[in-house]
Design a protein around this ligand. Structure first.
Ligand SMILES: [Zn+2]
Length: 158
């Protein structure tokens, strides 16, 4: 590009000293081609510049999302709710007024904040679902009150 500019300047400088019409036409044509070449170079640089600006914007946005997630994820700690069943639980140490909740460990490790929702409860435990990845988590340490079920069955038997 810089070499092209120098060529155009050299041509323009040489043209003013030319007295011969044929030579003048040839040099003018050469200068014209040189200017067209420079124009194409500028357009190419503009397109490249536009692409770099878009990439920069996209990277800045991605960086901001990562920083936001890094801040958010530090508010949670890995918790074993029952043997070999893990979730991320909101730390209760930062004075948050958010209700206690758990995040899906799979989504957490992919940079997604997905709150586990109670799906149902049974004698085998409480079932939670992640609506982001559809994972189901069973907390078998908490079971639906067996006494109520036993009493209901006994009443049905009478
Ligand atoms: Zn999930």
């Amino acid at each position: 590009m810089i070499a092209g500019i120098k060529t155009a300047i050299d041509l323009a400088t040489s043209i003013k000293n030319i007295t011969d019409d044929i030579e003048l036409k040839a040099k003018t044509s050469e200068l014209y081609n040189s200017i067209i070449s420079l124009q194409n170079g500028i357009m190419s640089m503009q397109a490249e510049n536009h692409s770099l600006l878009q990439e920069n914007h996209s990277m800045s946005k991605k960086l901001m999302e990562i920083e936001t997630w890094e801040n958010e994820k530090s508010k949670y700690s890995l918790l074993e709710i029952c043997s070999q069943v893990f979730v991320y639980a909101r730390n209760q140490t930062d004075g948050s007024t958010e209700p206690s909740h758990w995040l899906c460990a799979k989504c957490y490790n992919q940079g997604i904040k997905s709150i586990l929702q109670l799906k149902n409860q049974s004698v085998s435990g409480y079932y939670y679902i992640c609506h982001s990845c559809n994972s189901e988590i069973r907390d078998y340490s908490k079971k639906k009150d067996m006494d109520i079920i036993v009493r209901r069955n006994q009443r049905g038997a009478w």
